[in-house]
Design a protein around this ligand. Structure first.
Ligand code: AMP
Length: 182
């Protein structure tokens, strides 16, 4: 089901732009103003529920940290499990790790080795608030596959279409963005 123009506007208008955060030249998309707006948060979560209830998913995997908010809420609505993909050093049990490049240097995300073990060949939706360069999401999608599951789609509330992140990630998984930033 497609979002109506009015619904899309409600979501778009609820997201706040913070210029020069965390450093000069970056426009930070602040989703806290979506979360504290019950109408916008409701429209968004109902839309995601309607889209993904047809997918027969087994798990939602959310990326640290804002992907946890949308991912955990959606998993509960769909009646399925939630799996966190975290920044290095945060998960307590045995992990699989994947490095990815940043503008300067590298970062690393991890998943618990047994995160999907309750369901053989589990179908997983990856979710985060925003895709920029796609580095984080690409590493996260690889982790899902390495943990023995299938990443059937990657979902983002916001997609920055002026970067190559969406295009690059599409080589590994289908990508869905609720709102595009041009
Ligand atoms: P990337 O790996 O470049 O696609 O970056 C995606 C991650 O960085 C996501 O977890 C986002 O929450 C965060 N991020 C990157 N750029 C922005 C931005 N302009 N506004 C808010 N979050 C961002």
């Amino acid at each position: 089901m497609k979002l109506s123009l009015i619904e899309k506007e409600i979501i778009e208008n609820s997201i706040r732009d913070i210029k020069d955060f965390p450093k000069p030249g970056i426009v930070f998309k602040d989703i806290t103003t979506l979360l504290n707006d019950k109408e916008a948060y409701g429209v968004l979560m109902n839309h995601l529920y309607t889209r993904y209830k047809e997918y027969n998913l087994n798990f939602i995997a959310g990326i640290d940290a804002r992907g946890f908010i949308f991912g955990a809420a959606l998993a509960q609505m769909l009646g399925i499990g939630f799996v966190p993909i975290r920044k290095k050093g945060k998960l307590p049990y045995t992990t699989i790790a994947e490095k990815y490049s940043l503008e300067y240097g590298v970062d690393e995300v991890e998943i618990h080795i047994d995160a999907f073990s309750k369901v053989p060949h589990a179908k997983v939706l990856l979710i985060d608030d925003l895709i920029a360069t796609g580095g984080t999401a690409n590493a996260a999608a690889k982790l899902i596959n390495q943990a023995g599951a299938e990443c059937v789609e990657s979902c983002f509330i916001l997609g920055l279409t002026f970067l190559d992140g969406i295009k690059n990630l599409q080589e590994n998984t289908p990508v869905y963005t609720v709102v595009e930033v041009h």
